[in-house]
Write a protein that binds this ligand. Structure first.
Ligand code: NOJ
Length: 718
């Protein structure tokens, strides 16, 4: 807070403003366009790129790795170039630099913005020590379609959770480097989940669902936004004045800068909204995209248009000033090299393990044993006996890093097998068999896996996706386990040895068979370097799982897109009425709803009270609920509050998450938990497309996920 106040004061001082004004006044048109030019290096700047820096034709570089490579180029910028303007050094530090934390979708499962802030802070500090001053994260795109691989990089389907996570990550990164909220906007709505595909988003849905996390990032002081690849109803986001000027700058008052995505300026030609490079550049720049990533169009093709007044020079000047102000805010004019020290490794690893543990979601945990063990849930496991550890991901060091792991190294990863081995005493026998490769078509490895399972009291099967099956350009048209993994699972289950299915994946998977036949399922996403330790912590009960799904898991692909905050329709699903909104062959409900996750203990809810029962739009309503740990272990519950606006001028979602709280309770402990909802946060876009909180009844649900909970209601009075 104090920091941002100081920064604001600094930016507001006439002296600082004056310096940049006089700098701008000394710049040639080519130097101005140079500041708007951003290129990717290949680890090191190439000789041609160094020449561009010397000539003042580059405002920043990305993918220069290591301070030993950033420093010499910065030296050229601040000593050899005519105006000595320092460079920005960007990188996709998505969920860690060298120390890889859980993928953002996994981390969103923690429902713990402080955890997200902690990992972003650590990642930013580590990156800064290697010369980076600007990350292309957080990705804050709402995603409702698990076919879309980039769902892994965001916080899932909910705008409220997504907004809290966006703001937390911005705060975390910006303790040491600049953040970029991306991809502005609507990228997650790609039709059919096909990467880079067109989108069709109504203005209301855009404003209520897709934009709030960006607004939260802007309010948290994010330095930059990245314009998206997609179009929205025919208008590409990288040439969309409504988004980057009307909404972002005029409505929200954003003072930072907008960078395009990789060649998204040039791609305006493919979109069919520009007939030439110059036209594409003109469209993007005048729409408010300040910096051209990788197209080189601004620097190469726009000078003539400016000279012939087809692009007003004030448009160029405004964009340049935004870049210069950002460099000033970052302190680059004072300290271009920014020598920093990374946090100590043990500290980074401890954060990675703690947050990975919080990110794990227990999806199912039922009894599996025979005889005396018949009634106890399968998990947590005892540390004794023979344990079979099976599957292509069980001892895999690469995939837990996830789809985008910057400088993450497989050698740093603790596998699930290693995590289990280091937890159990020497007398416990751990037998490992890979069973099959990730995408094998052969079942040749099954025999060894079956033998391992047969001799064990439990088989831990670690299955899922390769890391690069999610992330950019990784859409899938089927969401089952790849290769012969499903067959392996069924074969091991058929041995009669109880199975614990540990999943690693970057998106919701279709888990029908497993959900019906396997007693315990643990969703671990891609947890990063501490994957194995964090998974073993949960498997053996040293950590009681507390993760909750930030995204709906469908039963079958045909239900997609499936999300909890849908509208009711005029004919809501009714099993007794054929002419209601449903399928003939599958229920409309998900397999695992948004917000769902189990614990090794149980929680009971009672006594929900709202006060006041009648409130004005400027008031706050407090829900008080008694939550009791009704089981026998300490555990953390994520108490969730959803709201439904029963009658509006526009149909409102059946539920919207408006508050949640992580609460740790000892066995038998009861606590009154209060959750507050400011009524001004119940806005939506009314018939006249203006934000409004309408008087009327609001139903409130407080419970463990989006499909359960106690109910009460309050009146919003005029
Ligand atoms: C393309 C991706 O869409 C974007 O997220 C990323 O930041 C850029 N490439 C730069 O690597």
């Amino acid at each position: 807070m104090l920091r941002s106040l100081l920064l604001t004061l600094l930016l507001a001082t006439p002296a600082a403003a004056q310096n940049l004004d006089s700098l701008l006044a000394r710049m040639t048109l080519e130097e101005k366009l140079g500041q708007l030019n951003l290129l990717s290096a290949n680890g090191q700047a190439s000789p041609q790129q160094m020449q561009l820096v010397r000539a003042g034709k580059l405002g920043g570089l990305f993918n220069v790795i290591g301070a030993e490579n950033t420093t010499p180029v910065q030296r050229i910028a601040v000593t050899d170039s005519r105006l000595k303007i320092p460079l920005l050094f960007g990188l996709d530090v998505i969920h860690g630099y060298r120390t890889i934390f859980p993928i953002p979708l996994g981390e969103a499962s923690s429902f713990d913005p402080d955890a997200a802030e902690a990992t972003a802070r650590a990642a930013g500090q580590e990156a800064a020590a290697f010369g980076i001053n600007w990350t292309y994260a957080p990705m804050v795109d709402i995603a409702r379609d698990p076919r879309w691989g980039r769902i892994a990089e965001g916080s899932g389907e909910d705008p409220y959770l997504g907004s809290l996570m966006a703001a937390a990550r911005v705060r975390g990164f910006q303790q040491s480097i600049f953040a970029t909220a991306k991809h502005f906007a609507g990228y997650g709505a790609a039709e059919a989940g096909r990467e880079y595909n067109e989108t069709e988003i109504s203005q209301r849905t855009m404003r209520e669902v897709y934009l709030p996390p960006f607004k939260a990032a802007v309010d948290a002081g994010v330095a930059s936004l990245m314009s998206a690849f997609n179009d929205i109803a025919g208008v590409p986001a990288s040439g969309n004045a409504w988004l980057t000027d009307t909404v972002l700058r005029r409505e929200w008052g954003f003072k930072g800068f907008v960078v395009s995505d990789w060649t998204s300026v040039a791609e305006l030609i493919n979109h069919g909204v520009a007939g030439s490079q110059a036209e594409a550049g003109r469209r993007a720049l005048t729409a408010g995209v300040d910096m051209d990533m990788q197209s080189s169009i601004y620097v190469d093709s726009l000078a003539a248009l400016v000279r012939s007044n087809r692009i007003p020079i004030r448009v160029v000047d405004s964009a340049v000033m935004r870049i210069l102000r950002a460099k000033q805010r970052l302190g680059l004019f004072r300290d271009p090299y920014r020598a920093r020290t990374a946090p100590a490794n043990p500290e980074l690893r401890a954060t990675a393990r703690r947050v990975a543990g919080e990110s794990i979601v227990l999806l199912k945990n039922e009894p599996a044993g025979r005889g005396a063990a018949c009634c106890a849930p399968t998990l947590p496991l005892a540390k004794s006996g023979t344990i079979a550890v099976i599957g292509p991901l069980a001892d895999n060091k690469e995939e837990p890093l996830g789809p985008w792991h910057t400088q993450g190294q497989a050698a740093d990863v603790v596998t699930v097998l290693q995590g289990i081995m280091s937890k159990v005493p020497a007398a416990t026998q751990v037998v490992y068999a890979q069973g099959a490769g990730m995408e094998d078509t052969s079942t040749a490895g099954f025999a060894a896996a079956l033998a391992a399972a047969r001799q064990a009291k439990v088989a831990v099967l670690v299955l899922g996706e390769r890391g690069d099956m999610s992330g950019e350009a990784a859409s899938r048209s089927s969401l089952g386990l790849p290769g012969v993994q499903q067959e392996l699972l069924e074969a091991i289950a058929a041995t009669g040895t109880p199975v614990v299915l540990v999943l690693m994946n970057g998106r919701p998977l279709i888990l029908e068979w497993a959900s019906d036949h396997v007693p315990a399922i643990v969703e671990t996403w891609f947890l990063g370097v501490e994957a194995g330790n964090a998974t073993a912590d949960v498997l053996f009960g040293d950590v009681n799982p507390s993760g909750r799904l930030p995204v709906t898991f469908p039963r079958v692909l045909g239900q997609v897109p499936l999300y909890y905050n849908h509208r009711n329709t005029g004919r809501p699903p009714d099993v007794h009425n054929k002419y209601s909104s449903k399928y003939l062959d599958v229920p409309v409900t998900p397999r695992y709803p948004f917000g769902f996750g189990l614990s090794y203990t149980t929680f009971a809810y009672g006594n929900l009270k709202l006060s006041p029962a009648r409130a004005r739009a400027s008031d706050t309503v407090t829900a008080i609920v008694t939550v009791t740990n009704s089981g026998s272990r300490e555990g953390t519950e994520v108490v969730q509050l959803y709201v439904r606006d029963e009658v509006g001028s526009v149909s409102r979602p059946v539920r919207e998450l408006k508050a949640f709280r992580r609460v740790t309770l000892k066995p038998g402990e009861s606590r009154a938990i209060d959750l507050r909802v400011a009524l001004r946060d119940l806005w939506f876009y009314g018939l006249d497309m203006k934000p409004v909180v309408e008087p009327g009844t609001f139903r409130v649900y407080v419970g463990p996920n989006s499909a359960e909970g106690l109910e009460a209601s309050f009146e919003c009075i005029p």
